[in-house]
Design a protein around this ligand. Sequence first.
Ligand SMILES: Cc1ncc(COP(=O)(O)O)c(C=O)c1O
Length: 450
Amino acid sequence: MLTFQKNLRSEPIFKPIPPEIFDYLKQSAPREPLGAEKTYQEFLDKILKHHGSYLQSPKTLAMVLASSTPFAALSDMWMAGLNGIPGNPKMGISANLELQVISWFKEVLGYPKDSSGILGSGGSMANLIGLTVGRNVKAGYNVKEEGIKEKFTFYGSTEMHSSIQRALEQMGIGSKYLVRIPVDDEYRINVSQLKSKVAEDVSKGYKPLCVVGNAGSTNTGSFDDLNALADYCDEEGLWFHVDGAFGAWAALSLKYKHLTDGMERADSLAFDLHKWMFLPFGIGCTLVRDGDAHYFTYSTHADYIAHEDRWLVDYGVELSRPFRALKAWMSIKENGFNKYGRIIEQNIEQTQYLAKLVKASSSLELLAPFPLNVVNFRYVKDGLDVKQLNDLNQRIVDTIRLGGDYFIYSSKIGEKVSLRVCVTNHRTTRRDLEGLVDEIHKVGKALASP
Ligand SMILES: Cc1ncc(COP(=O)(O)O)c(C=O)c1O
């Protein structure tokens, strides 16, 4: 495993899966034991051999991904080896360790000390938990018992992550009642349009419950004016949820901390550890200002797990849950928060460097501002219309991915298909970005030639 991590840079990101491996993976359920030794050998030959460096590669710059470290992998091994469930803080060290890392997050993100928190599988889960508490608090009756009885509406910008919609679908609110407010030129929610829309909805008989603010939107890394949203939610009695999946961690950088101003005023705050805190997948966190509301949303009684005091399971969706805190605790102790702040700053400045390379090229066009660690641009050629350019840029992304050296993903800025690059990897260097730009020029030129 350590050798694999050591060789991440030289491994192709994706390896083609040979047909015999596809066949191998269709074998029926094993009924008799193969034994640990042979199984391990099969893992080496059939799985690891075809795995590639995937999302940890310094040249993986797609979506918003996690790079991880050898020490974090070791902590994950211990998590599985101990296999405890962090539950009752009066009994287990694992629950107390979870409370400790959550208190660190509050401290470094400037969130109130007396708030509650829970670790979960990632940003989607963290958003679901925050929004569910918000729904229960603002509904004005016991939704837990009575279900949805009114037309509740939730608001955010057109840049909200899709996990917000998925959360509302799961919560019985319905995606139709998630209102997407337009953004300004910097991809920040238009607060006056938000206000008018909420007023209009109230007059039509809807019951607005919550506003979602972006602290680092997925598509462009934009931050809403979180103070303006917090003021408005205070005035209107709305729940203020902030999705800071990766952007919340900009608070660790002295230079970029100001971007997150107002985030600490959220009623609930969701963020990941497996993005810009460089941990292996499967760890996110929700903080909730009103710990009682958080507790009442998730606590329930069952005779076989009866307890009077508050356990961690009373704050989230999962009952059996892994000892996730360990990997956060070990890596944060190993590195200290300041080092994370420096790497985050490094990633932001690498992004600015990439944007500079884009601006310097007559074949590339920047498509959106880049306040954080995400740049959207496209390859251009005279004489091509939007549709042809969209097609060309999509083919550039696909060709680069198949080439195995770099992994970027496309997105859209308005009607334009973009080459979207997001830097959340501590292993990425400026030379990697120069190489990417060379690759885009090479592939773009080849595909655009008649
Ligand atoms: C802003 C934002 N929110 C939420 C999520 C969902 O997080 P996860 O993939 O950890 O469930 C993402 C994922 O990229 C994101 O960028």
